[in-house]
Unconditional design. Structure first.
Length: 481
């Protein structure tokens, strides 16, 4: 409430927040909040709604907020007075109760309401499925809704397959019989499908038909769904699915493994690969040029060059590449080395823990760069260290360069740890710290006073395809698989 006029303590005018004004009240009642909102003259007003039900206003706060009670006791709240005066207020229980209502009309038909929008707009369905729309509720109650007279027998059309079709029996729009121009009859079809031409000619049974393919092999049709979807079995039992019937008749369906064994291409990792076994398009075996074989791949991936070599990955961080670059100035190494004894260890589990970033065969030394993002699971990192310790005859020294923030690891005799500032904190400091670390590693490898300077030129090279190609050469020249 707001005071809009103050004449004296006993004569003030008040305005409510909806704009309603009351006059000549006293200030004390205002302070105590005892000034009552005036009751509207519209309270108790009655009106017949468009659905034919009596409505009464039982609460009137303002013209946009009134509560209505219908004659059946149903109350609806927060409506506007204009909708009330026009009879447009909806009784939810009334409308729900009308849908599904049935009567037996004088013409002998059973009628049922299938949609009720208001008393002047209802949709009715006859017992044979025929629907009439936009009738009034009173006509429904009195049974004065006539069933449309339809004489569609004899109506013709052209089906999608090009054949003439004709209605020979019409019971209702969902139950008609059709005759094709050659005399073939199909029954119990939909009238709308007839109008659209979507009446299918009865499918012939081609199952069991045999022809010889162009390659000389006998083919048998074992499933016929439609002219563009048949399944074929070759004489050796090989099955191909979802072919065209016309191709079957012409013998142009290819045997699935024809000419694919021996296919060669260059994979996206730069290695040559060749198909050595082809069972079907989703199950083939590939051999890389280094002799490595991968199995159960798809022909689609082979064509795209996306079949990966298990011992090589192109997903390497810049610190790893820089370490590889400087190590490669003095020693041959294997990138992403994945020995079987590590791959088969279920406790190590995960791609980046099942490999070593760098392996130097001449010294039996493995090097790993551990970033904080992927090395927070101390249990798995310790498990890898233990696994390496158990194979000390293969790896005499395991060097782990760990960014600060990685959990501390247990120490083993053949484990050497280097701590380094995280690479994302300060690149300038990180490059300097990494250079010192690489220098120390080269000293361990027997290189006296190595000069390590990480320049922009070296960084750009490590990010280039030339560096990628050099690592491929390292992998291809390696004698360790």
């Amino acid at each position: 409430m707001t005071i809009i006029r103050y004449t004296s303590y006993r004569d003030i005018d008040i305005q409510f927040d909806d704009g309603t004004i009351v006059k000549h009240k006293d200030y004390g009642s205002f302070l105590r909040g005892e000034i009552a909102y005036p009751q509207s003259k519209r309270l108790g007003e009655r009106k017949i709604s468009n659905s034919g039900m009596l409505m009464t206003i039982i609460a009137y706060r303002n013209s946009n907020d009134i509560d209505i009670q219908f004659e059946d006791g149903t109350i609806v709240q927060h409506r506007d007075y204009r909708s009330f005066s026009e009879g447009c207020i909806y009784n939810p229980n009334f409308y729900k109760s009308k849908i599904g209502e049935e009567i037996f009309a004088p013409n002998g038909h059973t009628l049922k309401i299938i949609d009720y929008r208001n008393s002047k707009d209802v949709d009715v369905q006859f017992e044979d499925g025929t629907i009439v729309q936009h009738r009034d509720y009173y006509s429904f109650l009195t049974g004065n809704i006539a069933m449309p007279i339809l004489n569609r027998v004899g109506q013709t059309n052209i089906a999608k397959n090009g054949m003439g079709i004709k209605i020979i029996a019409y019971r209702n729009s969902h139950d008609i019989d059709i005759q094709f121009e050659d005399g073939t009859i199909v029954t119990h079809k939909n009238y709308n499908h007839f109008l659209d031409g979507y009446i299918a000619y009865p499918r012939p049974d081609h199952v069991g038909e045999e022809v010889y393919a162009k390659n000389g092999m006998r083919m048998t049709l074992i499933a016929y769904r439609n002219v563009s979807d048949v399944d074929i079995k070759f004489e050796d039992g090989t099955i191909v699915e979802h072919k065209y019937y016309q191709n079957f008749k012409e013998g142009t369906i290819l045997y699935p493994i024809e000419n694919r064994i021996g296919y060669e291409r260059i994979a996206n990792n730069g290695l040559k690969m060749k198909i050595i076994a082809y069972r079907n398009s989703t199950d083939l075996d590939v051999e890389f040029e280094d002799g490595c074989i991968v199995t159960n791949k798809s022909f689609s991936d082979f064509k795209k060059g996306t079949i990966g070599h298990p011992s090589f990955s192109v997903h390497r961080s810049l610190p790893e590449k820089l370490i590889c670059y400087f190590i490669g100035q003095y020693f041959s190494y294997i990138p992403n080395y994945k020995p079987l004894w590590l791959l088969n260890n279920q406790n190590v589990a995960s791609n980046f823990r099942s490999e070593f970033d760098i392996f130097i065969p001449s010294h039996a030394i493995a090097i790993e760069y551990d970033g904080t993002r992927f090395h927070q699971n101390v249990t798995k990192d310790n498990t890898k260290n233990l696994c390496v310790n158990e194979h000390s005859d293969v790896i005499r020294l395991f060097i782990r360069i760990r960014e600060e923030g990685c959990p501390s690891l247990k120490q083993f005799n053949n484990l050497k740890l280097f701590d380094i500032e995280p690479f994302y904190v300060s690149r300038k400091k990180s490059y300097s710290a990494l250079a010192t670390c690489i220098s120390d590693i080269l000293s361990i490898l027997g290189i006296s006073n190595p000069k390590i300077c990480i320049t922009k030129k070296i960084i750009d090279y490590c990010r280039s395809d030339d560096f990628y190609s050099s690592e491929l050469d390292m992998l291809n020249n390696s004698m360790i698989k």
